[in-house]
Design a binder for this molecule. Structure first.
Ligand code: MF3
Ligand code: CO
Length: 256
């Protein structure tokens, strides 16, 4: 995410969380559909077009298009691209690539935001398979910490520990975020930190938790298109994201 105009944390009622679950479900439908389309020769613009069509059919609106001038409904980030890759008809997927697909929608005033990273073809290098597995598992480690009484730091610490124990690194320059009637709300959710750091998690908070994990060093740079974030060392990067409500029953994933 980028910047916040407001640093107040907005807690959601059960009714609002239900609306966010509906938006979250739509995002998941889009991601599941796109996962089935990913193949060698498919372009990231093919994915964009399919997403745009399905979001309209679902009766929602895309969340990213026009956000700070972002041109598309998806972010599609291939291999060393971390996040915010812009779909292009010039970029065809190749067997052995990994592609992160990030999608957001808004429906009835409430946002949903989720991302997956998928292999292209079925001959993924063992190291990349491990990168995807570790990144997704780190997301679930973070989600498990999204409990009343914990802090933002509990979430980041759990993610960072799992990633680093497996020899990979977490990106520092891009972070998760609160979400609700805006795509990005307070608090920021870093994928690193220590238990006890940052805001305390309280009932009704909704967090977009989104580890970005590099196979090499953590440093990043943004390309001249002003959006695409890549690893500085050219290593591969994976990204998974869920929206999670903090409830008295524990963490509830809204983007299922
Ligand atoms: N999931 C990403 C984020 O929260 C996607 C934002 S892309 C943008 O930052 F174009 F909308 F900025
Ligand atoms: Co997000």
């Amino acid at each position: 995410m980028m910047s916040f105009g407001e640093d107040r944390i907005i807690r959601k009622s059960p009714e609002e969380i239900e609306k966010m679950r509906r938006s979250g479900k739509m995002v998941r439908q889009v991601l599941n559909h796109l996962k089935g389309i990913v193949a060698a020769g498919v372009t990231t613009m093919d994915l964009e077009k399919a997403a745009e069509k399905l979001i309209a059919e679902l009766g929602a609106a895309p969340a990213f298009k026009g956000y700070y001038g972002y041109p598309c409904v998806l972010c599609t980030s291939i291999n060393e691209e971390i996040v915010h890759g812009i779909p292009s008809e010039k970029r065809a997927l190749k067997t052995g690539d990994i592609v992160s697909i990030d999608c957001g929608v808004v429906c009835d005033g409430y946002y949903g935001d989720a991302a997956i990273t998928v292999p292209v073809g079925d001959e993924l290098a063992a190291e990349l398979k491990k990168l995807l597995e570790v990144t997704e598992a780190s997301l679930y480690k973070g989600i498990a910490q999204a409990k009343i009484g914990n802090t933002v730091g509990h979430v980041g610490s759990a993610i960072q520990k799992h990633v680093e124990a497996n020899g990979f690194s977490v990106v520092r320059e891009f972070v998760g975020h609160g979400i609700g009637t805006k795509l990005h709300e307070a608090p920021q959710i870093p994928n690193f930190g220590k238990k006890g750091q940052g805001a305390e998690l309280t009932e009704g908070m909704v967090l977009a938790i989104e580890p970005m994990v590099n196979s090499g060093r953590p440093e990043t740079k943004v390309l001249s298109d002003k959006w695409t974030a890549v690893t500085l060392d050219g290593s591969y990067s994976a990204h998974f994201e869920h929206c999670v409500a903090v409830t008295r029953q524990g963490p509830v994933i809204l983007t299922q």
